[in-house]
Write a protein of this length. Structure first.
Length: 280
Protein backbone atom coordinates (compact mmCIF):
# COMPACT_ATOMS: atom_id res chain seq x y z
CA UNK A 1 0.00 0.00 0.00
CA UNK A 2 2.91 2.34 0.68
CA UNK A 3 4.01 2.50 -2.93
CA UNK A 4 0.51 3.70 -3.94
CA UNK A 5 0.84 6.79 -1.77
CA UNK A 6 1.71 9.95 -3.71
CA UNK A 7 3.37 11.92 -0.90
CA UNK A 8 6.82 13.41 -1.35
CA UNK A 9 10.03 11.69 -0.19
CA UNK A 10 12.79 13.92 1.27
CA UNK A 11 16.47 13.60 0.38
CA UNK A 12 16.85 11.61 3.62
CA UNK A 13 14.25 9.09 2.45
CA UNK A 14 11.52 10.33 4.80
CA UNK A 15 7.92 10.20 3.61
CA UNK A 16 5.94 13.46 3.75
CA UNK A 17 2.28 12.65 4.30
CA UNK A 18 -0.70 14.79 3.36
CA UNK A 19 -3.22 16.57 5.61
CA UNK A 20 -5.87 13.89 4.98
CA UNK A 21 -3.51 11.18 6.22
CA UNK A 22 -3.54 12.53 9.78
CA UNK A 23 -7.07 11.16 10.28
CA UNK A 24 -5.95 7.61 9.55
CA UNK A 25 -3.11 7.87 12.05
CA UNK A 26 -5.43 9.31 14.71
CA UNK A 27 -7.81 6.39 14.27
CA UNK A 28 -5.12 3.71 14.52
CA UNK A 29 -3.32 5.47 17.37
CA UNK A 30 -6.48 5.89 19.41
CA UNK A 31 -7.17 2.16 19.35
CA UNK A 32 -3.62 1.26 20.37
CA UNK A 33 -3.85 3.75 23.24
CA UNK A 34 -7.26 2.40 24.29
CA UNK A 35 -5.84 -1.11 24.54
CA UNK A 36 -3.04 0.15 26.79
CA UNK A 37 -5.63 1.92 28.95
CA UNK A 38 -7.59 -1.31 29.33
CA UNK A 39 -4.74 -3.74 29.93
CA UNK A 40 -3.45 -1.70 32.84
CA UNK A 41 -6.35 -2.92 34.97
CA UNK A 42 -4.94 -6.46 34.69
CA UNK A 43 -1.38 -5.64 35.73
CA UNK A 44 -0.90 -6.94 39.28
CA UNK A 45 1.25 -9.34 41.24
CA UNK A 46 0.30 -12.87 40.21
CA UNK A 47 -0.73 -11.95 36.69
CA UNK A 48 1.29 -13.47 33.87
CA UNK A 49 2.66 -11.78 30.79
CA UNK A 50 0.98 -14.48 28.71
CA UNK A 51 -2.42 -13.53 30.15
CA UNK A 52 -1.83 -9.86 29.42
CA UNK A 53 -0.91 -10.63 25.81
CA UNK A 54 -3.97 -12.87 25.35
CA UNK A 55 -6.18 -9.99 26.49
CA UNK A 56 -4.42 -7.61 24.10
CA UNK A 57 -4.78 -10.00 21.16
CA UNK A 58 -8.49 -10.39 21.85
CA UNK A 59 -9.05 -6.63 22.09
CA UNK A 60 -7.09 -5.99 18.89
CA UNK A 61 -9.61 -8.17 17.04
CA UNK A 62 -12.69 -6.91 18.88
CA UNK A 63 -11.81 -3.31 18.08
CA UNK A 64 -11.65 -4.03 14.36
CA UNK A 65 -7.89 -3.91 13.91
CA UNK A 66 -5.04 -6.26 13.09
CA UNK A 67 -1.92 -6.87 15.13
CA UNK A 68 1.18 -5.56 13.38
CA UNK A 69 3.48 -7.80 15.41
CA UNK A 70 1.91 -11.23 14.96
CA UNK A 71 3.89 -12.74 12.09
CA UNK A 72 6.35 -9.85 11.92
CA UNK A 73 9.76 -11.45 11.26
CA UNK A 74 8.40 -14.63 12.85
CA UNK A 75 7.14 -12.96 16.05
CA UNK A 76 3.93 -14.58 17.31
CA UNK A 77 2.46 -12.20 19.88
CA UNK A 78 0.23 -9.13 19.90
CA UNK A 79 2.52 -7.22 22.26
CA UNK A 80 6.00 -6.98 23.65
CA UNK A 81 6.11 -7.06 27.46
CA UNK A 82 9.44 -6.08 28.97
CA UNK A 83 9.86 -6.59 32.73
CA UNK A 84 12.39 -4.86 35.01
CA UNK A 85 15.79 -5.06 33.26
CA UNK A 86 14.34 -6.07 29.88
CA UNK A 87 14.90 -3.05 27.65
CA UNK A 88 12.52 -4.02 24.85
CA UNK A 89 11.02 -6.88 22.82
CA UNK A 90 10.23 -9.01 25.86
CA UNK A 91 8.25 -12.08 24.74
CA UNK A 92 4.95 -12.54 26.61
CA UNK A 93 4.43 -16.02 27.99
CA UNK A 94 8.15 -16.75 27.99
CA UNK A 95 10.14 -16.92 31.21
CA UNK A 96 10.96 -13.50 32.61
CA UNK A 97 14.78 -13.32 32.52
CA UNK A 98 16.15 -14.58 35.82
CA UNK A 99 12.94 -16.45 36.72
CA UNK A 100 11.31 -19.80 36.13
CA UNK A 101 8.04 -18.46 34.71
CA UNK A 102 6.22 -15.36 33.44
CA UNK A 103 4.44 -14.45 36.70
CA UNK A 104 4.64 -10.82 37.79
CA UNK A 105 5.84 -10.16 41.33
CA UNK A 106 5.20 -7.30 43.75
CA UNK A 107 7.14 -4.23 42.68
CA UNK A 108 7.84 -5.32 39.10
CA UNK A 109 7.86 -2.56 36.51
CA UNK A 110 7.02 -3.41 32.93
CA UNK A 111 6.66 -1.84 29.52
CA UNK A 112 3.81 -3.00 27.29
CA UNK A 113 4.20 -2.18 23.59
CA UNK A 114 1.29 -2.54 21.15
CA UNK A 115 1.02 -1.83 17.43
CA UNK A 116 -2.26 -2.17 15.52
CA UNK A 117 -3.21 -1.72 11.88
CA UNK A 118 -6.45 0.14 11.15
CA UNK A 119 -7.47 0.68 7.52
CA UNK A 120 -3.83 0.31 6.51
CA UNK A 121 -2.49 2.79 9.10
CA UNK A 122 -0.17 1.76 11.94
CA UNK A 123 -0.72 2.87 15.53
CA UNK A 124 2.33 2.18 17.71
CA UNK A 125 2.67 3.04 21.40
CA UNK A 126 4.06 1.74 24.67
CA UNK A 127 3.69 2.59 28.32
CA UNK A 128 5.06 1.66 31.74
CA UNK A 129 3.08 -0.24 34.38
CA UNK A 130 3.72 -1.33 37.95
CA UNK A 131 2.66 -4.63 39.54
CA UNK A 132 1.67 -3.51 43.02
CA UNK A 133 3.92 -0.78 44.42
CA UNK A 134 7.33 -0.03 42.98
CA UNK A 135 10.35 1.01 44.98
CA UNK A 136 11.13 4.73 44.96
CA UNK A 137 14.10 4.43 42.60
CA UNK A 138 11.93 2.53 40.12
CA UNK A 139 9.18 5.13 40.42
CA UNK A 140 11.72 7.87 39.76
CA UNK A 141 13.05 6.03 36.69
CA UNK A 142 9.52 5.83 35.28
CA UNK A 143 8.89 9.52 35.86
CA UNK A 144 12.19 10.61 34.33
CA UNK A 145 11.61 8.39 31.28
CA UNK A 146 8.14 9.80 30.69
CA UNK A 147 9.49 13.33 31.02
CA UNK A 148 12.27 12.48 28.53
CA UNK A 149 9.60 11.50 26.00
CA UNK A 150 7.63 14.69 26.53
CA UNK A 151 10.71 16.92 26.36
CA UNK A 152 11.56 15.23 23.08
CA UNK A 153 8.07 15.83 21.72
CA UNK A 154 8.34 19.51 22.66
CA UNK A 155 11.15 19.81 20.10
CA UNK A 156 8.99 18.51 17.26
CA UNK A 157 8.26 21.41 14.89
CA UNK A 158 9.21 22.31 11.34
CA UNK A 159 12.73 23.68 11.09
CA UNK A 160 14.11 21.79 14.08
CA UNK A 161 16.18 18.67 13.50
CA UNK A 162 16.00 15.14 14.83
CA UNK A 163 19.09 15.96 16.90
CA UNK A 164 17.02 18.58 18.75
CA UNK A 165 14.68 15.79 19.86
CA UNK A 166 17.62 13.61 20.89
CA UNK A 167 19.36 16.42 22.76
CA UNK A 168 16.30 17.17 24.89
CA UNK A 169 15.97 13.49 25.86
CA UNK A 170 19.66 12.97 26.51
CA UNK A 171 20.02 16.17 28.55
CA UNK A 172 17.16 15.28 30.89
CA UNK A 173 18.34 11.69 31.37
CA UNK A 174 21.92 12.72 32.12
CA UNK A 175 20.77 15.49 34.46
CA UNK A 176 19.10 12.75 36.49
CA UNK A 177 22.18 10.51 36.33
CA UNK A 178 20.55 7.99 34.05
CA UNK A 179 21.70 6.65 30.69
CA UNK A 180 20.08 6.56 27.26
CA UNK A 181 19.99 3.27 25.34
CA UNK A 182 21.76 3.69 21.98
CA UNK A 183 21.10 0.26 20.49
CA UNK A 184 17.42 0.87 19.72
CA UNK A 185 15.56 3.89 18.38
CA UNK A 186 12.29 5.29 17.14
CA UNK A 187 11.27 5.02 13.49
CA UNK A 188 9.12 6.35 10.73
CA UNK A 189 5.68 4.81 10.27
CA UNK A 190 2.40 5.43 8.52
CA UNK A 191 1.23 2.78 6.08
CA UNK A 192 4.30 0.74 6.96
CA UNK A 193 5.51 -0.45 10.36
CA UNK A 194 9.11 0.76 10.08
CA UNK A 195 10.55 3.27 7.64
CA UNK A 196 13.04 6.17 7.65
CA UNK A 197 13.98 8.04 9.72
CA UNK A 198 15.76 6.35 12.59
CA UNK A 199 14.77 8.54 15.54
CA UNK A 200 17.76 8.47 17.89
CA UNK A 201 17.36 9.38 21.56
CA UNK A 202 20.96 10.53 21.95
CA UNK A 203 22.98 13.02 19.90
CA UNK A 204 25.39 11.14 17.62
CA UNK A 205 28.69 12.43 16.27
CA UNK A 206 27.93 13.59 12.74
CA UNK A 207 30.18 14.63 9.87
CA UNK A 208 29.62 18.22 8.76
CA UNK A 209 28.59 16.84 5.38
CA UNK A 210 25.86 14.68 6.95
CA UNK A 211 23.76 16.88 9.25
CA UNK A 212 20.69 15.61 11.07
CA UNK A 213 17.51 15.57 8.96
CA UNK A 214 15.29 18.63 9.34
CA UNK A 215 11.73 18.16 10.58
CA UNK A 216 9.00 18.98 8.05
CA UNK A 217 5.24 19.15 8.29
CA UNK A 218 3.73 15.79 7.33
CA UNK A 219 6.42 13.53 8.80
CA UNK A 220 5.12 10.62 10.89
CA UNK A 221 7.39 8.77 13.34
CA UNK A 222 7.71 7.34 16.84
CA UNK A 223 9.70 8.71 19.74
CA UNK A 224 10.39 5.94 22.27
CA UNK A 225 13.28 6.62 24.65
CA UNK A 226 14.66 3.74 26.70
CA UNK A 227 16.30 5.04 29.87
CA UNK A 228 18.46 2.94 32.21
CA UNK A 229 19.28 3.35 35.88
CA UNK A 230 22.72 1.92 35.17
CA UNK A 231 24.87 1.88 32.04
CA UNK A 232 23.47 2.16 28.54
CA UNK A 233 24.84 -1.20 27.34
CA UNK A 234 22.37 -3.86 26.20
CA UNK A 235 22.49 -7.38 24.84
CA UNK A 236 19.99 -9.57 23.01
CA UNK A 237 19.27 -13.01 24.46
CA UNK A 238 19.38 -16.31 22.58
CA UNK A 239 15.70 -16.02 21.62
CA UNK A 240 16.90 -13.23 19.27
CA UNK A 241 14.24 -10.83 20.55
CA UNK A 242 14.62 -10.07 24.25
CA UNK A 243 17.04 -7.20 24.92
CA UNK A 244 18.29 -6.68 28.48
CA UNK A 245 20.59 -4.28 30.27
CA UNK A 246 24.06 -5.80 30.56
CA UNK A 247 24.36 -4.73 34.21
CA UNK A 248 20.80 -6.00 34.88
CA UNK A 249 19.72 -2.68 36.34
CA UNK A 250 16.21 -1.39 35.73
CA UNK A 251 15.14 0.21 32.48
CA UNK A 252 11.98 2.03 31.36
CA UNK A 253 10.43 3.17 28.09
CA UNK A 254 7.51 5.23 26.81
CA UNK A 255 6.49 5.58 23.17
CA UNK A 256 4.16 7.82 21.19
CA UNK A 257 3.42 8.00 17.49
CA UNK A 258 3.84 11.59 16.31
CA UNK A 259 2.86 13.71 13.32
CA UNK A 260 4.63 16.98 12.52
CA UNK A 261 2.14 19.83 12.05
CA UNK A 262 2.66 23.39 10.82
CA UNK A 263 3.20 24.58 14.37
CA UNK A 264 4.49 21.57 16.32
CA UNK A 265 3.55 17.96 17.02
CA UNK A 266 0.33 15.98 17.08
CA UNK A 267 0.42 12.93 19.37
CA UNK A 268 -1.54 10.17 17.64
CA UNK A 269 -1.51 7.83 20.66
CA UNK A 270 -2.73 9.84 23.67
CA UNK A 271 -4.59 8.10 26.47
CA UNK A 272 -8.27 9.04 26.32
CA UNK A 273 -8.39 8.51 30.08
CA UNK A 274 -5.07 10.30 30.70
CA UNK A 275 -3.56 7.07 31.98
CA UNK A 276 0.01 7.74 30.85
CA UNK A 277 1.60 5.85 33.70
CA UNK A 278 0.45 4.66 37.13
CA UNK A 279 0.10 7.27 39.84
CA UNK A 280 3.25 7.02 41.90
Amino acid sequence: MEEMHQGRITKDGIRIYEDADFAGMRSAGAIAAQILDEVGKLVAPGATTGELDAFIERRVTELGTTSATIGYKGYQHASCISVNHVVCHGIPGAKIPGRKNDVLLEGDILNIDVTVIKDGWFGDTSRMYIAGTAKKFAQRLITVTYDCLMYGIEQVKPGNTFDDIARAIQTHAHKNRMSVVKDFCGHGLGRVFHSPPNVLHYVPVRAASQPAPVLEEGMFFTIEPMINLGKADTKVLKDEWTAITVDKKLTAQFEHSIGVTATGAEIFTPSEKDIYFPKL
